[in-house]
Design a protein around this ligand. Structure first.
Ligand code: NAP
Ligand code: G3H
Length: 487
């Protein structure tokens, strides 16, 4: 099975119309591991001409796929989930090497994806339509019935980010194909190889030729061309706010779903269980070195309990294992590249210059950045507002709940927030006022369980993911109105 996707010299191929195809122009991108620079493989840098053929093929394949009953589409998804489970260790190892994710986290990304696909098949079969009688509207009698069902949008372009190349590709592909769309997957360049393995699994599960095609190549080179292509009917994008914003600007009338960056706050009140808050904040902020959209990216803590919280955080952060993600228990892994580490250190320097108190963590070696905690962070510091996508955590001390709400809402982002308190009234008071997609009470910010709605507001996104919500986002209502004579 491996050989069709990858051939000699670690050259990988794209899935186009059910076949594994080499680069026509013989142009490839080298993918090196962020761990030690080893060559993981090479993927085709597809040209505009090659992209045109893919889109044409996807358009044709969608027409036939639309005619396949949903129970048959679901069977393909169940098979894909089974194969993914069977190959979780193997794909987890590729993922660990390609994006420097800790091995346990990488395998769990794959099994979570299998669960996601299976749940999607269940949800697709459970979708229902509506029958609306006309006479509920003034002036109409009972001679009209509207039959409302959902139909696919056509060709969905799925663009995924480097930090979850398997899960955030599959969480677009599965609901899209369940709804009867065909999908073109443009994976992140760093993460393409893991995503191509995923495509191989959908093919092995019996997804018909052309219903899933892949396009590899740098987003900065091929991205604008593909997103603007007239035969792309919907764009489902997860990635940075900068690129998401750019896509929404250049695509005019095309429908898009955007899952973008975040600056999730953990608000800690005086009456919080501080041990629980510290456990959640540390795992929320530092797992995968903070390279998660939902990572805790700032703490807003009441001054009266801040010292105690800092001590609890410190003891926990000191225990985090730093280094090679292939070793058991590593949490702080190399960042995706040196540029990412440079950016993190820029934020650190700015904070230090402006008087932040460094509680712990200092060193950066290459793309490994030690976990860092900063206290007394003030609102003039970049670290208070920007998304580091790295293992650094600022603490902003607050005097009351309303100040926390005000600072939280002044962010350009609005993905999630946590509130730690034992007082349910306070939790709901704050939750009600926060401008975010989701508020977690007494838990870290996180996306799962994956059937929950997941969305960002403001610069964190547009539209809603989450299994049923994703199927709805990638389909539309279609009404057939029956007009009859009532005697
Ligand atoms: P990114 O640089 O924005 O890249 C995301 C994807 O967009 C990649 O596949 C990239 O391809 C592609 N791309 C780049 N330029 C493009 C263009 N002009 N047209 C079309 N596609 C283009 O983001 P990232 O660094 O991979 O991921 C980190 C960011 O994603 C963070 O900001 C994080 O918060 C966010 N994120 C958000 C969520 C969420 O659900 N809200 C989830 C995960 C991550 P190349 O790799 O080839 O450049
Ligand atoms: O990076 C963004 C992911 O969608 C976050 O998912 O909360 O399960 O890590 P997660």
């Amino acid at each position: 099975m491996f050989n069709e996707l990858c051939c000699e010299n670690k050259i990988y191929r794209n899935l186009v119309d059910g076949r594994w195809v080499d680069s026509k122009s013989n142009k490839y991108l080298e993918i090196h591991s962020p761990i030690d620079g080893t060559l993981v493989g090479k993927v085709p840098a597809m040209s505009q001409e090659e992209v045109d053929l893919v889109i044409k093929n996807s358009k044709a394949a969608q027409k036939a796929w639309n005619d396949v009953p949903v129970n048959k589409r679901a069977e393909v998804l169940y098979r894909a989930a089974d194969i993914l489970y069977e190959r979780a260790e193997e794909i987890g190892s590729v993922l660990a090497l390609e994006i420097a994710k800790d091995k346990k986290g990488a395998v769990s990304e794959v099994t979570r994806t299998a669960d996601y696909i299976r749940f999607t098949a269940d949800a697709a079969k459970a979708m229902e339509g509506d029958v609306l009688p006309g006479d509920s509207f003034p002036g109409y009698n009972r001679s009209k019935l509207s039959f409302v069902s959902r139909v696919p949008l056509g060709v969905v372009l799925a663009i995924s980010p480097f930090n979850y190349p398997v899960n955030l590709s599959a969480s677009k592909i599965a609901p899209a194909v369940a709804a009867g769309n065909s999908v073109i997957l443009k994976p992140p360049t760093q993460g393409s190889i893991s995503a191509l393995f995923l495509a191989q699994i959908f093919k092995a599960a019996g997804l018909p030729d052309g219903v899933l095609n892949t396009v590899t190549g740098r987003g900065s080179e091929i991205g604008d061309y593909i997103v603007k292509h007239p035969n792309i009917d919907f764009i489902n994008f997860t990635g940075s706010t900068e690129v998401g914003h750019h896509i929404s600007e250049i695509t005019a009338m095309k429908p898009v779903l955007l899952e973008l960056g975040g600056k999730d706050a953990a608000i800690v009140l005086e009456d919080a269980d501080l041990e629980n808050a510290a456990d959640n904040i540390v795992s929320g902020a530092f797992s995968y070195s903070g390279q998660r959209c939902t990572a805790v990216k700032r703490i807003l803590v009441m001054d009266s309990v801040a010292d105690k919280l800092v001590d609890l955080l410190k003891t926990r952060i000191q225990k985090l294992k730093i280094g090679d993600p292939r070793e058991e228990g590593t949490v702080i892994v190399p960042l995706i590249d040196n540029r990412a580490a440079d950016f993190v250190m820029e934020l650190v320097e700015d904070a230090m210059e402006k008087g932040a108190k460094r509680i712990m963590g200092e060193k950066r070696e290459g793309n490994i950045v030690e976990p860092m905690l900063f206290d007394n962070v003030t609102l003039d510091m970049r670290i208070a507002w920007e998304e580091p996508f790295g293992p650094i955590l600022p603490i902003i001390r607050i005097k009351n709940m309303d100040e926390a709400i005000d600072i939280a809402n002044r962010s350009e982002y609005g993905l999630q927030s946590s509130v730690f308190t034992k007082d349910i009234d306070k939790a709901f008071y704050i939750a009600d006022k926060l401008e975010v997609g989701t508020v977690q009470v007494n838990n870290k910010t996180e996306r799962g369980p994956d059937h929950f709605p997941f969305l960002g507001v403001k610069s964190s996104g547009m539209g809603t993911q989450g299994i049923r919500y994703s199927i709805e986002a990638m389909s539309r209502p279609k009404a057939v109105v029956l007009n009859f004579n009532r005697k």
